[in-house]
Design a protein around this ligand. Sequence first.
Ligand SMILES: [Fe+2]
Length: 202
Amino acid sequence: MEINFTNVSKHYAARTHEKMEDVLMDPKGIGPAIHYYMIRGGSEQKNTTVWEPGTVSGEYIKTYGHYHVGDLSETYWIVYGQGVALMQKLKENENGEMIADEVEEFKAIPVIAGSEVFMPSKFGHLLANTGSTYLVCIDDSPVDFEDRDPSSFPGHADYQLVKEMRGFAYYVVEHEGKPALKKNPLYKKIEKEDLGGLQVIE
Ligand SMILES: [Fe+2]
């Protein structure tokens, strides 16, 4: 494999608290300056994400979340720490466009080091760090280094629908020292859900 040393800086990005305010359960909550760090190599070299531990107003530190543009699946390999992966597939209108506030299927999956999670195309996905250490995950999503800001906002990812809904259908929150779920009131309906044994709190 050929490694391009001329654009090394393009491989690193960090997601700031300011940007995460779009999708936090409590956008005014206090959090770390950086929520997670990304080193992107693409499908072959793989991508690495490292999450800070902790919560913002009770919500665990998470990735922003996105849907893939086109028919593109992805695999997460958890290499350290523990977390909860969220996946959701939105309903589509007659033109095949996703309906932002109607979920056809939602899944919450508790993960630990060694877990592998497959995200089929059409399922939006995010991962929250529910442990007391860094959470570290490798994934195989593609990166087009010709994009303007490939590591921070790769072209294959659609963040807009998540922004519009201020996150996914549930937030992963700390409850009595353990992860639980709290409904995002902006979603109108969830047709099918598998909450991975997590409790739902009001
Ligand atoms: Fe992705």
